[in-house]
Ligand binder design. Structure first.
Ligand code: ACO
Length: 326
């Protein structure tokens, strides 16, 4: 039994922050951010919105489009690096209650920006085993609440948003055809929130507040990401006996336009094969891939039967990709 995306949806907060706005309180410029990252704007959640709120909004779109009754969902998966609460309860449980998926099990997927890629294969596994018939997979992030707004090398990169997919059984050869899932924990320190967990609990008077926030070794992440993207794409093409000409679009995690351009150049893939919308949304971690898939769908850029490759990389370190037949 295969599994396919039956409905896709997305939600991004209406508040749109430009690079020029950042330059009002940070030593940066629209020119620097655009030339080093490709980012022009990011969307910012309102004070009363958490990851579950954005995720539930995206989920409603995906449920509506697929004509799915929330009560028929067997599993809610939320991929997030900015969960409502630290550790528990899971954001998936909050979403499950919000959307009335009262017959569903619920759990979070914590693999940073590769969350939606891991989630697609996880959903497929539940469906193939018979443990679930319909899975709701969400990538949702409110990263603007966990960035250090005084650190110009990280805060300019991130934004908020959510994407969701209803995944259901497929027997006609369409759907999630293959996945490559990888991890390299030796790079765990490259992207971390160092304080607030059991390794280094927050201690009033001892912990610096900024250590609760995202810290990143930008250059190390960059150096890891470029070969990771190439490796995943090549592995998917090779083991499915495909060439890049068979692929309609590669939908990459949108972290930095320069990372994609460097990978495209090194792998001799035209940059236009990569679907990019980082200019509008910046890096929304586990949400970038479903937001981009939703945009492809809404703009009629994918037809039934088209082959797509998703490719993600992020904290952990983790990386991977999926081959999808739309
Ligand atoms: N505005 C102006 N100047 C800046 C800014 C900014 N926003 N940020 C850094 N600079 C300065 C630095 O201070 C440095 O100045 P100096 O030379 O006087 O010391 C100079 O720009 C160059 O800094 P670098 O860090 O070398 O800049 P680089 O070209 O490497 O770009 C960047 C930095 C954009 C962070 C890049 O390394 C990158 O994209 N890395 C990958 C990041 C990433 O993908 N993260 C997320 C992936 S995983 C996930 O999504 C969770």
């Amino acid at each position: 039994m295969g599994a396919r995306i039956e409905g896709i949806g997305a939600y991004t907060p209406s508040r749109r922050m430009s690079n020029d706005e950042l330059a009002e309180f940070l030593d940066t410029s629209d020119e620097w951010i655009r030339s080093h990252t490709g980012i022009g704007y990011r969307h910012v959640a309102s004070d009363d919105e958490a990851a579950s709120d954005l995720g539930a909004q995206a989920a409603k779109v995906a449920l509506d489009r697929s004509g799915t009754d929330p009560e028929s969902i067997d599993m809610v998966l939320v991929a997030t690096a900015s969960s409502d609460y630290v550790g528990f309860p899971s954001t998936a449980c909050i979403v499950q209650n919000m959307i009335g998926a009262k017959n569903a099990a619920a759990m979070d997927i914590g693999v940073g920006c590769t969350g939606f890629v891991y989630g697609l294969e996880t959903a497929k596994g539940f469906i193939a085993s018979g443990a679930a018939d319909r899975v709701l997979l969400i990538g949702s992030e409110v990263l603007t609440r966990i960035v250090d707004w005084t650190d110009r090398s990280t805060c300019v990169l991130f934004g908020d948003g959510a994407g969701a997919a209803v995944i259901s059984p497929s027997s006609n050869g369409r759907g999630i055809l293959d996945s490559v899932l990888k991890a390299d924990g030796s790079g765990a320190s490259y992207l971390a929130r160092e304080v607030g967990g059991t390794r280094a609990p927050f201690k009033l008077g001892h912990s610096a507040e900024r250590d609760l926030l995202i810290k990143m070794e930008g250059q190390s992440v960059y150096n890891f990401a470029v070969p990771a993207i190439i490796e995943v794409i090549q592995q998917i093409l090779d083991r499915n006996r495909l060439t890049i000409d068979d692929i309609a679009y590669i939908v990459p995690h949108q972290a930095n336009r320069r990372i994609i351009e460097a990978a495209a150049k090194r792998a001799r893939i035209p940059t236009e094969k990569f679907y990019l919308n980082i200019e509008e949304y910046a890096n929304t971690s586990a949400a970038t891939i479903p937001i981009a898939l939703n945009e492809l769908y809404e703009r009629d850029k994918v037809a039934d039967g088209d082959l797509l490759i998703t490719v993600g990389f992020g904290a952990g370190l983790t990386f991977g990709g999926n081959l999808l037949k739309w």
